[in-house]
Design a protein around this ligand. Structure first.
Ligand SMILES: [Zn+2]
Length: 173
């Protein structure tokens, strides 16, 4: 499904517009319906400076190894993680030094149709499928996983679920 969306995105662009350029994401009807933005925020624990990066996406690919439900998989995906040592140490733009920092991914722009892909193969052993059951309800409130400052185009962040061959599709209510 994700490959299909990416192909549709490339095919429907005006000629000469690179498929991964910012204008492509603005003009693509595929991204207008299925696309969202992820915010990656790193917060310095010394001066509280926040660095934000925004990346467009067509689907969320969630690890299920430590999740028994869709809610838990989303919670793991958006859980804050410490950058506090070794290669993971963060260089703060304001402090001009390496500091302890907290990194978190959130869905910044809610979308009309959210496509979720459950990763059923181990990263270190792609031949081994994870066969565990992942529970989900027929509706999902995306609010806990959306950036706090986000002002939705919808009155809420509730989604109805539909199951596809390779993923879950969530439709904004
Ligand atoms: Zn700092």
């Amino acid at each position: 499904m994700v490959n299909l969306l990416e192909s549709m995105h490339k095919c429907c662009l005006p000629s000469g517009v690179p498929s991964e350029s910012p204008s492509a994401y603005e003009k693509s009807f595929v991204h207008k319906i299925f696309g969202g933005h992820l915010r990656s925020q790193v917060k310095c624990q010394q001066c509280s400076f926040c660095s934000n990066k925004f990346d467009p996406f067509l689907d969320l690919s969630l690890k299920i190894f430590k999740a028994e439900s869709l809610q838990k998989a989303l919670a793991n995906f958006t859980a804050a993680e410490w950058l506090d040592g070794g290669e993971r140490q963060y260089n703060c733009q304001r402090c001009k030094q390496k500091v302890r920092a907290l990194k978190q991914l959130t869905v910044h722009k809610a979308l009309y149709v959210l496509t979720i892909h459950l990763k059923r193969f181990h990263a270190h052993n792609p031949g081994q499928k994870i066969k565990k059951k992942v529970r989900f309800d027929c509706a999902l409130d995306l609010k806990p996983f959306v950036s706090g400052s986000y002002i939705s185009m919808f009155s809420n962040t509730d989604y109805w679920l539909a199951i596809g061959v390779n993923g879950l599709f969530l439709f904004s209510c």
